[in-house]
Structures are given as C-alpha cells and as structure tokens.
Design a protein around this ligand. Structure first.
Ligand SMILES: [Mn+2]
Length: 328
C-alpha cells in the first residue's frame, strides 16, 4: 500500500497525537514537528509536541515553537493521547528517557530520513531524502492539507538546515522543486537564513578563533579540539560549539573534518563531516554512533589523545580510493 495513504488512514482513525523528535533538536526536527502539528490541526486533530531539550533560541521565531513541551513540562502520564508520531529521529531512545517511556506505550508512526533508522514504528516511513521536512511536505500535500505560511516556513527551515543552505550533496532537482513550492506558499526564506546563520553570539566567533588556531591538517583530514578551557577563555557556552566542524570542512583538500569535544567524565563527543567520498556514518558506527554519509557523530570514552588516535585510524582505513583532488 502507498505508505502516505497508510499514514493518512492511521491519522484519520485517531484524534489526539503526541509528536516527538530527537533531543538537542535542530531545524529539521523542530520544523517537522511544528509543520506536521499545524497541518493536522486543520483536520481538527489535537496535538501535543514534545522535545526533551525544548526549542533552541534561534528557532523560537517559528510559529508555535512555544507550544513544544520539554522534559520538565511533559507529564509522566498523558492519558488521552492515542498515537505517537516521531519525526526526524533514528531511534526511540533519542527521544530521551521520559519521552521514550511515554511513546513506547503508544502505537507509533515513524517518519524519518536517517539511513540508520531502526524502524521502531508500527508504520515506518524512512526515506533517505535530504530532510525530514521534505517528507512532511509530501504528506501534507497528499492529505490535501494547506501549506500555509507558518507551515511552509517551518518546513523550509528543515531543508535549509539539513542541506547547509543547498550546499550539500543531498541537493536534488526534486528537493529544489519542493523548496520552490514552500516559497510559493509563503515561506519566509530571509528570516530562516537570518535566524539560522546570522544570529551568532560574539562569544561563538571568539570560540571559533580559539578552536581553529590549534586545528591540524594532515593527510586530507582536518581536525580540532574543543576543551572546557577554550570555552571558558572565549566566554562561550556549549551552544556556541555548533557549526565549528562545518567550518573545518571548508579547508581545501580536506576530505574529512572532525571535531573532538571534551565532555565531563572522560567522554569525547566526536563530530564528523566529509566531502567527496568517505562515509563518515560508518566511522561513527564503529563507536556506537550514527548519522548520514556526509555528517555523523559519536561519543567515545577515553582521553582526548587516545580517542583522536582511534577515530583518525578508522577514517584513514576508509581513505583508499578517495580522490586526492577536490571536485572542481
Ligand atoms: Mn534531519
């Protein structure tokens, strides 16, 4: 059966839904939640939105974002909810403990684009397109619901974020067609860009400076470290560490960029980006992490030096056959 029809049928059988996504959400997660919720409300459905970590500041411009319940606001029991919809989330565990417990008691529709999705739903729509909001746009169209301005802006945010503003290799004609449709429906493209890319706190620039000044570049791999000392020196926050790995990837001749961030308790958060070849989700997978071909991550226990050594070794193993020159 057409999976969109399957989803529509399931949705029409129920009235009250909880829509969740992964912790530490970004625009594709929040955009999918908000877009889908607003669309379902056109059908008279009731929706509750949950995200363990709430909405990051730079996404608070999206209409309805203040309705998303975070960890402390979610009751343990939400008695009258009939169904869970999980968007942009590869694994139920990524909802966070409380969310996971709640969703496990419900039938679930799982809508996602991560190729390592565990198909945890009763209905699974997992398609490796650029952004989950792309799938939500298809669903809304299929159900004959209206793409109004707030929905279009929410969905467009997901596309912009997950393609790095149409810069990644996941950009296709089909995707641009969908983005065009969102703009026709009133998506506020400029405010998406301003909120996603032009609201950087100065401390974030200072931190970028600290981190880049000790970056290393050897054998087509560029990497850098974030330590609590660097964060403190820059007067920065944890949020300010976002986006640095993408900056590393812009290095000419680099095929893989990695950022090693020291967390408390001897754990290192590793963020990986690639261009022209290496599948970094495989590298992350070696350490129990995951993600996409060009962007992935994992947590590795151990001292910084050791973790770097191990991760770099896994990357190097996959360098064979990767062209030396950058695509022109
Ligand atoms: Mn996504």
């Amino acid at each position: 059966m057409n999976r969109l029809k399957e989803i529509e049928d399931e949705i029409s059988r129920h009235d009250k839904f909880i829509i969740g996504s992964h912790r530490s959400p970004e625009a594709d997660a929040i955009g999918s939640q908000l877009g889908l919720s607003r669309a379902l409300r056109q059908r008279g459905k009731q929706t509750i939105l949950y995200n363990r970590d709430g909405v990051p500041k730079n996404l608070s411009f999206l209409k309805g974002s203040d309705s998303i319940l975070e960890h402390d606001e979610l009751p343990e029991e939400v008695t009258d909810v009939e169904m869970g919809i999980v968007v942009d989330c590869s694994d139920l565990e990524r909802l966070g403990d409380k969310g996971e417990r709640l969703f496990r008691r419900l039938p679930i529709i799982n809508i996602d684009h991560h190729k390592d999705n565990t198909n945890f739903g009763d209905i699974n729509y997992v398609e490796s397109v650029a952004a989950t909001t792309q799938i939500i746009a298809d669903l809304i169209e299929y159900m004959g619901l209206k793409l109004d301005e707030p929905i279009a802006t929410a969905l467009y945010s997901g596309i912009i974020a997950d393609t790095s503003s149409f810069q990644n290799e996941n950009v296709s004609a089909n995707l641009l067609g969908k983005a065009a449709k969102l703009l026709e429906s009133g998506a506020d493209a400029r405010s998406v860009i301003v909120n996603l890319y032009e609201r950087e706190p100065f401390s974030k620039l200072k931190l970028l400076g600290e981190v880049l000044s000790t970056a290393k570049f050897e054998d087509r791999i560029v990497w850098a470290e974030i330590t609590p000392e660097k964060i403190e020196k820059a007067g920065a926050t944890q949020e300010d560490t976002e986006g640095i790995v993408g900056k590393l990837r812009t290095t000419e001749g680099a095929k893989v960029a990695c950022l090693f961030k020291k967390l408390p308790e001897e754990t290192i958060k590793v963020s990986l980006r690639s261009k022209d070849g290496v599948d970094v989700s495989e590298v992350a997978g070696e350490f129990g992490g995951g993600g996409h071909r060009v962007a992935a991550g994992c947590m590795v226990d151990g001292k910084m030096e050791k973790v770097e050594e191990r991760v770099l070794r896994e990357i190097k193993k996959r360098m064979d056959g990767v062209p030396r020159s950058t695509k022109q």
